[in-house]
Design a protein around this ligand. Structure first.
Ligand code: MN
Length: 312
């Protein structure tokens, strides 16, 4: 992959050059996206043009003479206030493996964990692509960004579907323990993908005290070396933001699939609307349906049951 910076005239030339290969999807902040044999070319309003795919060097070579290579821009250290005592000052500019989870507060839908490795040379590109805290992005933006970053970031995505989640939960594994097991697994998967390269740091979006986390993992092969925890970790290193976007994208896709399966647009979260829809589903299909589409131990199950009794 290569990123070059060119003038707006040059971008116009490129647009003409690739006119027959331009696709209908335009990424956030983008001017055009073209696909030629073995290379995807994305031009941005900032003047940056990204070449991805096995023929990237050949394709970028056509334009290189008039451009300046910008991929090694130094990145600024994030100023987000977060609870982390052990991180080095320059942590935001290091090559980091990050992990985050999605769906843990939603009654409906799976729990999704992702880890992603960001080599420091990719940090400017990820910023260019709009990678930031997924809470500040719409689902449409998340989906567009996720599709681009999974093309070049080493990552691991784990989806714990509701049926299995409920089984494990009823067997005595609380949600914190399930999160810990899946974070550890996702980190391990990506570490194996990038080996023999090792990250300069590993950052987990903190959901419990580190001691509790490692306790949950007793008896397992634990990833410990260089592991840091921080709350609001999406703002501490872009690797966590990228992981969060990959996880959120998968969650939304599975959520839409579930909605289709049951024929109702399922609400996110765990509020009153969720109780209402759950009651409706129980009424139509029986209580059994919830085992496959929701996290049964949430209070929503009981609240929905009470509503069903009232309906009858
Ligand atoms: Mn998180």
């Amino acid at each position: 992959m290569e990123v070059i910076k060119v003038s707006s005239e040059e971008i116009n030339k490129m647009k003409q050059h690739y006119s027959k290969s331009i696709t209908s999807s335009i990424p956030q902040g983008g001017i055009f996206l073209a696909k030629v044999d073995g290379c995807t070319i994305t031009a941005y309003k900032s003047g940056k043009v990204m070449f991805q795919g096995k023929n990237f060097a050949k394709e970028a070579g056509i334009w290189n003479s008039n451009s300046s290579v910008t991929i090694n821009n130094s990145s600024q250290v994030s100023t987000t206030k977060a609870k982390n005592n052990t991180l080095p000052n320059n942590f935001a500019s290091l090559s980091v493996l990050g992990s985050d989870e999605v769906g843990t507060g939603d009654f409906f839908g799976p729990m999704v964990i992702a880890s992603a490795y960001v080599d420091k040379k990719h940090i400017p590109l990820l910023k260019e692509l709009g990678v930031k805290d997924s809470k500040d992005l719409t689902d449409t933006q998340i989906s567009a960004i996720a599709k681009q970053i999974i093309q070049f970031l080493p990552y691991s995505l784990l989806v714990l579907h509701n049926k299995k989640y409920n089984e494990l939960q009823q067997a005595g594994n609380n949600q914190g323990k399930l999160k810990a097991i899946l974070h550890n697994q996702a980190l391990n998967n990506t570490l194996q993908k990038i080996a023999p390269v090792k990250p300069e740091g590993i950052l987990i979006d903190q959901f419990c005290e580190p001691g509790v986390y490692f306790n949950y993992l007793k008896g397992k092969e634990i990833i410990r070396e260089n592991v840091h925890f921080s709350t609001k970790a999406e703002g501490v290193h872009i690797a966590v933001a990228a992981a969060s976007i990959i996880a959120r994208h998968a969650f939304v896709q599975h959520f839409e699939l579930l909605s289709k399966e049951v024929g109702i647009s399922l609400p996110k979260g765990a509020g009153a609307k969720v109780d209402e829809v759950a009651a409706k589903l129980i009424n139509q299909n029986g209580i059994g349906i919830l085992n496959n589409i929701s996290k049964l131990h949430f209070a929503n199950t009981e609240k929905a049951m009470k509503k069903v009794t009232k309906m009858k």
